[in-house]
Write a protein that binds this ligand. Structure first.
Ligand code: NAP
Length: 260
């Protein structure tokens, strides 16, 4: 996820390569990142904290405590002159924990999703108590490099996780199942998957670009006594809608449990 952000931030000139320092433990990865993106690299996280005004945390959540301890002194010292903005994409790490690790600093918690890796993500961001509107703008600009951005109160982050965070898995299952349906109806697998994938992609694009209500699109394509209403009626009998609603609720609840 860190590299997805890095590559697009540079490609879209949101930051110049010379403005970015990447901390990465593996020497081989450092070499690749340096050559590919022209950024400065280091194996020392404190270098990033000392020399930049925005610190993006993109490590696994389990690594947070160790990294926070490593950065605490450096960040506190540099904060005297100009407090750096800390942005975390660590799933399940709440603002309270970020603010306890970096007292008095502006902190933003962000939740991007996997399509961000191809620039088609959506990121929800929440502000900490020392965050000003300029910090929020910085985070919005940063995550706009990998897709859309919404601002939510942190109390809604579990719901975001259940919908856009876990959602790519639901949609992937839907594409697979549509392809299976095509094969069951006689299509070769490759053609069935291509039809399924482009139908999901194209429908999402149509809804996105026109702003049409999903129910309106469904009504537009269901002619009386036709094929589509026969398929829709079967989806309703199978509880398709309820299954999706329950999936988002279950994932949100699980996110709540994991955050405790
Ligand atoms: N992937 C997603 O779709 C997604 C969505 C939402 C949120 N997130 C969050 O994003 C974060 C990163 O996830 P990811 O999937 O991108 O994981 P990842 O591929 O494992 O990336 C973590 C990176 O951190 C580096 N790292 C490990 N220990 C470090 C240390 N002590 N100091 C500095 N860098 C260190 C790793 O380097 P090495 O590989 O060389 O060890 C790796 O480059 C997680 O907290 C996750 O919850 C991810």
């Amino acid at each position: 996820m860190g590299e997805a952000l890095l590559s697009r931030l540079i490609a879209q000139k949101i930051y110049q390569a010379s403005e970015v320092i990447v901390s990465e433990p593996q020497q081989q990865r450092r070499r690749v990142l340096e050559q590919q993106y022209g950024v400065q690299v280091t194996a020392d996280n404190r270098v990033v904290a000392l020399e930049t005004s925005v610190i993006l945390l993109a490590v696994k959540p389990q690594a947070f405590d160790a990294i926070a301890a490593e950065l605490a002194d450096v960040v506190a010292t540099s904060a005297v002159e100009s407090p750096p903005l800390i942005i975390s994409i660590l799933a399940g790490v709440p603002l309270s924990k970020l603010e306890a690790a970096f007292p008095q600093l502006p902190v933003i918690r962000a939740m991007p999703n996997t399509p961000a890796t191809v620039g088609a993500g959506i990121t929800a961001i929440s502000s900490g108590s020392h965050t000003k509107s300029s910090h929020l703008e910085t985070a919005q600009k940063l995550f706009s490099a990998v897709g859309e951005v919404v601002v939510v109160p942190e109390t809604l982050m579990d719901a975001v996780t259940g919908l856009s965070g876990s959602g790519p898995a639901y949609v992937a299952i839907m594409v697979e199942a549509l392809s299976d349906g095509g094969v069951a109806a006689g299509l070769p697998r490759a053609i069935a998957t291509a039809l399924a994938l482009q139908t999901v992609l194209g429908t999402a694009q149509l809804l996105h670009e026109t702003g049409m209500h999903p129910a309106q699109l469904k009504d537009n394509v269901t002619s009386p006594g036709g094929t589509t209403i026969a398929g829709v009626a079967q989806l309703e009998r199978a509880g398709f809608r309820s299954a999706l609603i329950a999936a988002v609720e279950a994932a949100s609840k699980r996110s709540q449990e994991l955050g405790k």
